[in-house]
Design a protein around this ligand. Structure first.
Ligand code: OFO
Length: 188
């Protein structure tokens, strides 16, 4: 009796080169860690009474999870094999809201470099389909960095002042930046 199912009948063609599969799988881990990191920050902000900031970070953590899923689904759709590994433990303690957003910006700059590296590997490997697909992330990173910089600008303006209004209004920045991005896109 055959106990194991035979998956060799898969109709998917292997359209993905090893180099592309590897770098996209590495990005799954990075997007997963982004989600984890922002969740840890959200939890810290929540526990310290920053309801608005935690809402922003919880939403961001969800967004990062959808980014990770996009990579998982794309790799499998193109006949590659997406792998899900263990994630590094993010920090549990932060010194301030400003420190959190400095870390967010640094992290997003690292992700931007990582996405650019994917584009470079696509060009080397002449995988123009993946290069075209990953363009969504190239644009997304412009927004991610802009969001973090806008928030840091607000925090610099506040200086040592009260964070009450910042925490109350932070979610409106998400909408404002989305509108700015849309208008920038429609002008190109
Ligand atoms: Fe997935 O864009 Fe942030 O990390």
């Amino acid at each position: 009796m055959q106990l194991l199912m035979d998956f060799s009948y898969s109709t998917k063609t292997k359209n993905m080169k090893k180099e592309i599969e590897e770098i996209l799988n590495a990005q799954i881990e990075k997007e997963g860690y982004s989600s984890h990191l922002y969740l840890a920050m959200a939890s810290w902000a929540d526990a310290n009474g920053f309801a608005g900031t935690s809402a922003w970070l919880y939403t961001q953590a969800e967004e990062e999870r959808t980014h990770m899923l996009k990579f998982v689904k794309y790799i499998n759709e193109r006949g590659g094999k997406a792998t899900i590994g263990a994630l590094q433990t993010p920090p549990a303690e932060f010194n301030s809201i400003k420190e959190i957003f400095k870390l967010v910006l640094e992290h997003e700059e690292m992700i931007t470099n990582s996405i650019n590296e994917i584009v470079a590997v696509c060009q080397q490997q002449k995988d123009f389909t993946t290069q075209n697909w990953v363009q969504w992330f190239v644009n997304e990173q412009i927004e991610e960095e802009r969001n973090a910089r806008t928030i840091l600008d607000k925090l610099n303006l506040i200086g040592d002042g009260s964070l009450y209004l910042f925490d109350r209004d932070i979610m409106t920045l998400r909408g404002a930046n989305a509108a700015a991005n849309e208008s920038a896109a429609s002008n190109t």
